[in-house]
Design a protein around this ligand. Sequence first.
Ligand code: SAH
Length: 250
Amino acid sequence: MELEIVFVLVGTTHTGNVGAAARAMKTMGYSQLRLVDACSNRTDEAIARASGANDVLLSAEKFDTIESAVADCQAVIGTSARPRNQSVPMLSSRDLPATLATLQQTAYSTNQTVKVALVFGRERSGLNNHELDRCTHLVQIPVNPEFSSLNLGSAVQVLAYECSTGIHAIRSTTDVTKATAIADSAAMERLFAHIESVCSKTGFLDPENPKHLLRRFRHYFERNRPDETEMNVFRGLLSSVESAISSKPE
Ligand code: SAH
């Protein structure tokens, strides 16, 4: 099966940038644009900057939250102009083709369509920590460290180009080992909710500082998402802890 790349713009404030992103995507053969809490994609400026990529621009899907925008994605690649203090790997954009090749291999071996989200942040402040925590990878275009922030449309162009070179270089292989599908973001959110619920019931979660522990779990699992079988094992373990607690005499 195939790899599908979706482009997610979060909190974009300049409508011209949405048009420029659509144009950049279309030049590299991509069409799936998702907007999270972003400005309009239907202004004259957006249409002018899309420069003919109106189909991509006007078919953009709108979401209120990052969670809903990436719910069906197996890999979520956040983009950042500066190094961020996160525990998921920070890649150079030059590493993107190899990362996509690995994901495409997974798509073939699991016979699953693997959806990859490339997530772009706000013009002024980029992605916030909540959004970065939902990423499986981070990518930075190597630029002048003294002046590292590209215009949003330019960043979309560079990364769309890297994606397309990677994907064109990949060929299907037949000698693949059997594997099971990797979890999408919606399944990951259910896992994190289950972990939180069990940790609260056992008292493992520090009520004074619950976020710290949960972020640790999140970072750990996002670095290497479980496949379906592994997910069933983790969820089964959590359920068994829950039933052991509920059957314990007071
Ligand atoms: N002041 C912001 C820059 C935002 S630029 C900050 O420091 O984070 C708007 C968006 O363009 C970023 O969120 C990112 O998605 C993308 N971008 C800009 N420069 C980039 C770079 N060098 N590498 C990767 N993405 C970049």
